[in-house]
Design a protein around this ligand. Structure first.
Ligand SMILES: *Cc1c(COP(=O)(O)O)cnc(C)c1O
Length: 370
């Protein structure tokens, strides 16, 4: 007979999901109402307003796509990339590579900019390429969770706009942990996820689109090839019409709402500073243990730290001991970092001093024993 399952209490310090605060978990268990219930529609309006604050944008089209971060990625690409469109994508890790794949599936003619993993693109180099190529869409990853690289973006969007294109940004890991200034940076479309620095369970993808991006959707010739992710229909549910498209994941939206209330209570600047402080403390401790960073030290993320695994240390043994003896999850390497690095996430509710103290102490004990 199958029985009720009680998952272990893990401390989630990998690439996501991150630790979920009790208030957010409790929100998930509130009474389910209909997805057209006036109470729920009011909650959705607040989710939108709080997401606008977080994305630092006035964009009317700001909502949470049903699905995880990759659903948001796919949603923006299927809506914005028409067959034959020229798409410039920066690839310096796993997630840039996925954007290439998605853009190609949409029929885009993809040109890549490449950098070794762990490094970022020079903004002037990107801008030069944009001037040359005049792409219809330019897509970059703000926080490359596979490498720990923190891509500077603030000047690129303006150049993309000047060349007539749309600027799409993956801010899945940065949103809620570092500034994402959609309007100031001239970003036309951005997607994120709930389970990184928002410390909500996985299941929704916050997105925002500029009026230019919306106009592009209104004017496009080819029908949007995804029914579920077609924003010309989804927006009629999030907008004044409240027209049924698909049943919103009601309880997930309760959780996201509560996670956003927590962000609101803390304030963005304090939250970003807390992420930087936690990372600084982590690196002080890692340096004491003789460990070094994999990503470019001048362009590294505070919420996702890539640590070079010391020679002679068994990656799998250390991670398994952390998990089983200490209930701590850290991430292994992905792609070019596989077997070479650990990925220690200090995201959202995980970016706190007691958490850093604990993971450093556990690592010290495990390394001493291995
Ligand atoms: C986690 C992540 C994604 C994918 O999100 P899922 O929620 O796993 O679908 C996309 N991009 C980046 C940079 C990520 O860190």
């Amino acid at each position: 007979m199958p029985q009720t399952q009680f998952p272990p209490q893990r401390l989630l310090l990998g690439p996501g999901p991150s630790p979920v605060p009790a208030r957010v978990l409790e929100a998930l268990g509130r009474p389910t109402v209909g997805h057209l219930d006036p109470h729920f529609l009011g909650l959705m309006d607040e989710v939108r307003a709080m997401l606008q604050g977080l994305f630092q944008t006035a964009n009317e089209m700001t909502l949470a796509v049903s699905g995880t971060g990759m659903a948001g990625a796919e949603c923006l690409m299927v809506n914005l990339v028409e067959p034959g469109a020229r798409v410039l994508v920066g690839v310096n890790g796993v997630f840039g590579g996925r954007l290439v794949d998605i853009a190609q599936r949409c029929g885009g003619e993809v040109v890549t900019l490449e950098k070794p993993w762990g490094q970022v693109f020079d903004q002037d180099a990107v801008i030069e390429r944009v001037k040359d190529l005049k792409p219809d869409v330019v897509a970059l990853v703000h926080a490359e969770t596979s490498t720990g690289a923190h891509q500077p973006l603030e000047r690129i969007g303006k150049a993309v706009r000047k060349a007539g294109g749309l600027f799409v940004v993956d801010c899945v890991t940065s949103l809620g942990g570092a500034p994402v200034k959609v309007d100031d940076w001239h970003i036309d479309a951005a997607y994120s996820g709930t389970q990184k620095c928002l410390s909500c369970p996985p299941g929704l993808s916050p997105i925002t689109l500029s009026p230019r991006a919306v106009k592009h959707i209104d004017n496009r010739q080819a029908k949007i090839p995804s029914w579920y992710l077609d924003l010309s229909m989804v927006r009629n549910y999030w907008g004044a019409e409240r027209a049924y498209h698909h049943t919103a994941p009601v309880n997930m939206l309760y959780a996201l709402h509560e996670a956003l209330v927590l962000v609101h209570e803390e304030g963005l600047d304090a939250r970003f500073q807390r992420h930087r402080d936690a990372a600084a403390m982590l690196w002080e401790g890692l340096a004491d243990l003789g460990m070094s960073r994999w990503s470019d030290p001048d362009h590294s993320l505070p919420m996702l730290n890539t640590v070079v695994i010391p020679d002679g240390v068994d990656d799998a043994v250390v991670r398994s001991r952390l998990l089983h003896d200490y209930d701590i999850e850290i991430g292994g390497g992905l792609g070019a970092g596989k077997g070479k690095v650990w990925r220690i996430g200090l995201m959202g509710h995980g970016a706190r001093k007691p958490v850093v103290t604990l993971v450093l102490a556990a690592l010290r004990e495990v390394l001493a024993g291995s």
